[in-house]
Design a protein around this ligand. Structure first.
Ligand SMILES: [Zn+2]
Ligand SMILES: [Zn+2]
Length: 104
């Protein structure tokens, strides 16, 4: 864990370098994700909307980090997800067909 000050410029630099993991190792991110998980009672927000309970261990950026680095530490841009929902979110394109068929 590093105490590095997170700036949009730095994140842009990480994106360009192809490795954003240093961002996820900062104290600022660790604290924010913990705060968000606490607010959501460590539950997956998407499963909860479907009336299910799943413990969440992933914090997802609604606007992806590489698309909106300026929102990296904006708590309103975070979503508390279980592994499955997070996986689905990042594999949306492949699942799109199936999703469309399921929609009412
Ligand atoms: Zn879920
Ligand atoms: Zn994600």
């Amino acid at each position: 864990m590093t105490n590095k000050t997170v700036t949009t410029e730095w994140i842009r630099h990480l994106i360009r370098s192809g490795d954003t993991s240093p961002f996820y190792n900062t104290q600022a991110w660790a604290e924010l994700r913990e705060q968000k998980r606490k607010i959501e009672h460590y539950e997956c927000e998407r499963c909860r909307r479907k009336g299910r309970y799943s413990p969440a261990n992933t914090i997802h950026h609604k606007k992806y980090l590489r698309e909106a680095p300026e929102l990296a530490l904006d708590i309103n841009n975070l979503e508390c997800l279980c592994e499955k929902c997070h996986y689905d979110e990042h594999h949306k394109a492949e699942n799109q067909k199936q999703l469309n068929e399921e929609r009412w």
